[in-house]
Write a protein that binds this ligand. Sequence first.
Ligand code: FES
Length: 93
Amino acid sequence: MPSEHGAVEIVVCLGSSCFARGNSEILAVLQQYVQGKGLKTPVCLSGCLCQDQCKQGPNLKVGDEFHHNITAAGLRELLQQLDGQNRDAHGQA
Ligand code: FES
């Protein structure tokens, strides 16, 4: 999932539908997690305009993978998995 530069790209849809469906909270969770707890791998956090998948929102993309109907709890789980994968990849416990 990390890019060629080693950073994991996380793109949050900031379109009005996704934002109203919960991406405002998702964005806050992401910022808190990245700044507070911190991932072992650098994260490149960005936003995008509507991806024409509003009915499945809130949407975000981690690397090349789209995640739909994302919740704060689901995002935390996803970040923990991501952190675990990267720790394994770097030989850390
Ligand atoms: S607003 Fe996010 S897909 Fe449309």
